[in-house]
Design a protein around this ligand. Structure first.
Ligand code: BGC
Length: 369
């Protein structure tokens, strides 16, 4: 009897152990599966079918480190980049740093230790991100600076739009409407090299008019982290400190333009004061149609994202890359490709943004009567 009881106890124990194991293994799969959308997790690969395994082993693996996915444009960049890279047989591990330098560095560290073949980086901070290039190069991993330049580093390639031209387009559109008067400048994030290029471009147009006394800059401020709320607060300050006596606003992108227009609306001045923007975000294009925003700069993101995906795969395969220009980043002349931006007002929305399928006609004119 004792023996039978012993055997039963043993069987029960074995059953318990087996159940426990089953639970652990399903948990394992869970953890491996969860980040799989974003990660080229080694253990996940081994669980894949033979076919996928072969692709992952033979194909190129790319780490895509983005500063943020906050603005609509970066989500588009991510989607277009990933789908082109996958079409070319590569896998992409996407990471977004939520505008946090330390997070971007540690995410890059992880990508490097996972053994990606190449890193594509949209830096949060132009200077701080130089350490990512150093870490990657220590492991012979090339780095492409995407849209924003990584300064003071030996970054391998820079692909962007002609950002100084973006600033010129913004200032040209506004000065054509307001050739004389009091100007407010709501610039981008001081930490982003592009923000400086946009301002440089704006000043190329504004400076002669300032020198001739036609234009006066009555307020000029960077927007911390490109946050629309910061732009709103800065614009409120601009209005208060000038008793609302302003004639035009140059806002560096559509997000900041949104904050500016909110501050103007609170004073009943929206639609009266010309405001620039950039990115052709849906909300901004709708504001242009409604008449509260004057213009935006449309940057065909597909051209950038797909070009970089192709270059990344070529580079990771050790092929020669053809570039069109160089841009000095404080340390080297970085081989670069700069694409053309397009100025958009309500007169050419149909022929540009809608014709390209960037936004549908239905969406753009949704609130128009
Ligand atoms: C990009 C803009 C974007 C801004 C804020 C800049 O570096 O060029 O398109 O609006 O960052 O994310």
């Amino acid at each position: 009897m004792k023996k039978v009881f012993g055997i039963l106890l043993l069987a029960l124990l074995l059953l318990l152990v087996a159940c426990g194991e089953e639970e652990t293994s399903s948990e394992d799969t869970g953890t491996d599966d969860a980040p799989a959308e974003e990660n080229t997790d080694e253990s996940e690969e081994t669980e894949n079918s033979g076919e996928e395994e072969a692709t992952n082993e033979d194909g190129i693996s790319i780490g895509f480190s983005l500063d943020t996915l906050q603005e609509e444009r970066w989500q588009r960049d991510r989607d277009l980049f990933v789908s082109k890279a996958e079409e070319l047989g590569a896998t992409v591990n996407v990471q977004s740093a939520d505008s946090d330098d330390a997070k971007q560095i540690s995410q890059a560290e992880n990508l490097i230790s996972q053994g990606v073949d190449l890193l594509v980086v949209v830096p949060h901070d132009a200077e701080v991100s130089a350490s990512i290039v150093e870490m990657a190069h220590a492991e012979d991993i090339p780095v492409i600076s995407y849209d924003r330049l990584i300064k003071n580093s030996e970054v391998d390639l820079y692909v962007s739009f002609d950002n100084e031209r973006v600033g010129e387009m913004q200032a040209t559109a506004i000065t054509e409407l307001v050739p004389q008067g009091k100007y407010v400048l709501i610039e981008g994030a001081d930490t982003d090299n592009n923000a400086h290029l946009f301002k440089q471009g704006q000043m190329n147009i504004l400076q002669p008019l300032i020198d001739s006394g036609d234009i006066e800059i009555v307020y000029d401020q960077w927007t911390k982290g490109w946050e629309p709320e910061e732009a709103l607060a800065n614009m409120e300050n601009a209005l208060t400190s000038n008793d609302n006596d302003i004639d035009a606003v140059i806002a560096a992108n559509d997000g900041t333009a949104g904050g500016v227009i909110q501050a103007l609306a609170a004073q009943g001045m929206d639609g009266e004061i010309p405001v620039s923007g950039q990115d052709a975000e849906l909300a901004a294009v709708q504001r242009i149609v409604e008449g509260t925003q004057t213009m935006t700069v449309y940057k065909p993101i597909r051209d950038l994202a797909e070009r970089v995906a192709e270059l990344a795969v070529q580079m990771a395969n050790g092929e020669e890359i053809e570039t069109t220009t160089t841009v000095n980043n404080g340390q080297i002349d970085v081989p670069s490709i700069l694409l053309d931006p397009i100025a958009v007002t309500k007169d050419n929305i149909d022929d540009t943004i809608i014709a390209d399928g960037f936004h549908s006609e239905e969406d753009v004119y949704q609130n128009a009567d």
